[in-house]
Ligand binder design. Structure first.
Ligand SMILES: Cc1cc2nc3c(=O)[nH]c(=O)nc-3n(C[C@H](O)[C@H](O)[C@H](O)COP(=O)(O)OP(=O)(O)OC[C@H]3O[C@@H](n4cnc5c(N)ncnc54)[C@H](O)[C@@H]3O)c2cc1C
Length: 441
C-alpha cells in the first residue's frame, strides 16, 4: 500500500475532502471515525499539488491520505508527535497514535503517570444529564469503548436516590420504588430511599490510574517513548515562529505535532505560544474509606449531595459534593488544607455517607481525604483541536476526562495521524466563542 501523506493548503484540503464525501454520494454530513477509516482503506483521493517544499513545512498540520497501495505502507513518513502529560487523556492519545504510524514521545513531570486529576478522580463513567446532545453522545460512545476494556472498568450501574436525574428516553433507566431499591441494595437507608430510586444500569466506574498505565504500556509496546520526571518548560520554534518541538530542562524533543494534554497546566503552557486556553480548575474531594470492608455496595449510590462506590479491593469512595459545580467554594476545601481541615472534611463526608448507607459504620478507619483539581473549560465542554496560531499545536483538555478518555484518544489520534478534522469534534474546537472571559484574563 503506497500511503502518501500530502500537506495541503486548506482550499485544496477542502476540495480533497469534498472528493471523499462524493464517494458517499452526499449521504453523510459528518465523517465519523468508521467512515474515515473505511475511506482511508478503500479510496484514492486525487489531492495533488504537494511539493517537497510544502511537505517540509511544519504547518499546516492538516493532511489527507492521498493514495493507497498496500505493498508499501511502511514507506509512509512517520509523523512525530510529542504529548505533554501522562494523565488518562495523554495516555489514551499516545496509545492510539502509536498504532497509527506516528512516532510518539510522552513527557510527564512526575516520576509516574496519573498523579494529577486522573489519579484523584472518582472515574464514574456516565453520560447522565450531560448536555447538549452531541456531548452526551460523545460520553455514551466512550462508555461503550470502556466496555471493550475488561479489567479496567466495571459496570455495576448507578442507583440514583430521589427523582429521576436524566429524563432522556434514549438513556436507559429503570424507576424503582423504595421497596425495590432496598431489595436491590441491601443495607441502604430506608430514609435515603424514601422517594424511590432510578437505576442507570449501564453506568460504571474505571480505575483511571490503571487504565492510564495500561494505555501507556500499549503505546510503549508500539514503540512510543515515555519520559517521566521531564517537565516541558517551553517550545522550540523556527525562524518563521513555526512550532518545531518541546523543550525540557535537559533536552529538546523535535515534533511535527505537539499535543497539550497537560490538565490544569495546559493554559500556562499554551500561553508560552500566545495561545489562550480558557480553563479553570475546580476542587473536588475523594474521601477513601479503607479498612478492608467486605463487599457492601452492589451499585454506585448517588444522591444530589453525595456519591458512594466500592472498589473491588474493598475501598469505598465517598464524595460529598453539594453545589460544587454551581459554586466551587461551596465545597469548602481550602487550597492547602491542614491535617485538621482534612480530618473535618473526611468526618463530614462520612456523616453524609452513613445517612445513605449505615453499614459503613463497619469501617475501622477514618476516611483518607484527597483533593483533586478538575481541568474545567469555562463552558464545560472539552477543548480539542489544533490552534489557529499554531496548527500543529493540538489542545486536549476537559472535565469528565475519565469517561471520555477512550473515545477522545481515538478521535484525536485519527485527526492527527490522518490530518483530518472530524466533524464529531467540531463543537469542541479551541477557537470557538467561549463568551466573556474577563474573569480569566
Ligand atoms: C475529584 C475528582 C473527581 C472526578 N470525577 C470524575 C468522574 O467521576 N468521571 C469523569 O469522567 N471524570 C471525573 N473527573 C475528571 C477527570 O478525572 C479529568 O477530566 C481527567 O482525569 C483529566 O485527565 P487529563 O489527562 O486531561 O489531566 P491530568 O490527569 O491532570 O493529567 C495531566 C498530566 O500532565 C502533566 N503535566 C502538566 N504539565 C506538564 C508539563 N509542563 N510537562 C510534563 N507534564 C506535564 C501532569 O503532571 C499530569 O500528569 C474528576 C476529577 C477530580 C479531580
Amino acid at each position: 500500500m503506497l500511503v502518501t501523506q500530502q500537506r495541503l493548503a486548506r482550499p485544496k484540503l477542502k476540495r480533497a475532502l469534498r472528493g471523499v464525501r462524493k464517494l458517499y454520494k452526499g449521504s453523510i454530513r459528518s465523517f465519523s471515525c468508521d467512515q474515515v477509516a473505511k475511506v482511508a482503506l478503500s479510496t484514492t483521493v486525487q489531492a495533488g499539488g504537494s511539493s517537497p517544499a510544502a511537505r517540509a513545512l511544519p504547518k499546516p498540520a492538516l493532511c489527507v491520505r492521498a493514495s493507497m497501495d498496500s505493498a508499501k505502507a511502511s514507506a509512509a513518513p512517520k509523523k512525530s508527535v510529542a504529548v505533554i502529560g501522562a494523565g488518562i487523556i495523554g495516555a489514551s492519545i499516545a496509545k492510539n497514535l502509536s498504532s497509527q504510524n506516528c512516532d510518539v514521545t510522552v513527557l510527564e513531570i512526575h516520576s509516574k503517570p496519573a498523579q494529577e486529576a486522573t489519579g484523584k478522580s472518582w472515574a464514574w463513567l456516565n453520560a447522565n444529564r450531560k448536555e447538549p446532545a452531541h456531548y452526551k453522545e460523545l460520553n455514551a460512545r466512550s462508555m461503550r469503548e470502556w466496555q471493550k476494556l475488561p479489567g479496567l472498568a466495571e459496570f455495576p450501574g448507578t442507583l440514583y436516590l430521589g427523582d429521576q436525574r436524566d429524563n432522556d428516553p434514549r438513556y436507559p433507566s429503570q424507576k424503582l420504588t423504595q421497596a425495590e431499591a432496598l431489595e436491590r441494595q441491601p443495607g441502604l437507608s430506608a430514609e435515603a430511599a424514601a422517594g424511590g430510586a432510578v437505576l442507570y444500569a449501564q453506568e460504571g466506574f474505571a480505575s483511571a490510574p490503571d487504565a492510564t498505565e495500561a494505555f501507556l504500556r500499549e503505546a510503549q509496546s508500539n514503540g512510543a517513548h515515555v519520559h517521566y520526571s521531564q517537565e516541558a518548560i517551553d517550545f522550540t520554534t523556527d525562524a518563521d515562529n513555526q512550532l518545531t518541538g518541546v523543550r525540557t530542562a535537559h533536552q529538546e524533543y523535535p515534533a511535527d505535532v505537539v499535543v497539550l494534554a497537560s490538565g490544569i497546566k495546559t493554559p500556562a503552557l499554551a500561553s508560552k505560544l500566545g495561545v489562550q486556553v480558557p480553563l479553570e480548575n475546580k476542587p473536588g474531594t475523594v474521601n477513601i474509606l479503607s479498612g478492608k470492608l467486605p463487599p457492601l455496595l452492589k451499585h454506585i449510590l448517588v444522591t444530589d449531595e453525595a456519591f458512594l462506590m466500592q472498589r473491588k479491593d474493598g475501598r469505598v469512595l465517598i464524595s460529598f459534593y453539594k453545589g460544587v459545580h454551581a459554586n466551587p467554594s461551596a465545597l469548602n476545601v481550602p487550597e492547602e488544607p491542614s491535617p485538621e481541615q482534612f480530618a473535618k472534611v473526611g468526618k463530614e463526608a462520612l456523616e453524609q455517607a452513613l445517612l445513605i448507607f449505615p453499614e459503613l459504620k463497619q469501617a475501622s478507619e477514618a476516611p483518607q481525604v484527597i483533593v483533586g483539581r478538575y481541568p474545567y473549560p469555562v463552558d464545560a465542554m472539552p477543548i480539542l483541536g489544533p490552534t489557529k496560531a499554531h496548527p500543529n499545536l493540538y489542545i486536549a483538555t476537559m472535565h469528565s476526562g475519565a469517561t471520555l478518555g477512550p473515545i477522545v484518544g481515538q478521535l484525536v489520534a485519527q485527526e492527527i495521524s490522518q490530518g483530518l478534522q472530524l466533524e464529531d469534534l467540531d463543537p469542541y474546537r479551541p477557537h470557538r466563542d467561549f463568551g466573556d472571559l474577563s474573569h480569566l484574563y
